[in-house]
Ligand binder design. Structure first.
Ligand SMILES: [Zn+2]
Length: 139
């Protein structure tokens, strides 16, 4: 990580922050972790939630998840926002955080987690005027 750093966030726990100005469309960091089955991912999410650890399971696709608690790049610290400045993009099976607009040094990097609308609602505290009050996609 040369373009970002992890530090305390006003949104939630720790967050990911730009150290340098980033350009719109720039590939910022790869989201890495152990590739595990959906079933194992669900099991580990429950475990992480129950133990109060940060939940760092990324839904890769219908079959696979990434667990960033094993070999995470730091991208797992990026918080959710309903008005994000980065997005997660799948490039041939690799997940990258890409800048949605020009970002100034020092800004917190956030993306829309887009949790399943049907899943249990997770309250959002992103503080943006567009906040939908939950991390889940709107129904
Ligand atoms: Zn929000």
């Amino acid at each position: 990580m040369t373009n970002v750093e992890v530090r305390q966030s006003s949104i939630h726990n720790k967050g990911l922050f730009a150290l340098l100005p980033l350009r719109k469309g720039e590939r910022i960091i790869e989201y890495t972790g152990e590739k595990i089955s959906k079933k194992e991912g669900d099991r580990r999410s429950d475990e992480q939630e129950a133990s109060g650890k940060p939940m760092v399971i990324f839904e890769l696709d219908d079959k696979w998840d990434l667990d960033a608690s094993v070999g995470g790049s730091g991208a797992e610290y990026a918080n959710h926002s309903c008005n994000p400045n980065v997005e997660s993009v799948d490039a041939e099976g690799k997940i990258f955080l890409i800048a949605l607009r020009d970002i100034k040094a020092g800004e917190e990097l956030t993306y829309d987690y887009n949790f399943d609308a049907e899943a249990e609602h997770t309250p959002c505290h992103c503080g943006s005027p567009q906040c939908r009050g939950k991390i889940n996609r709107p129904e």
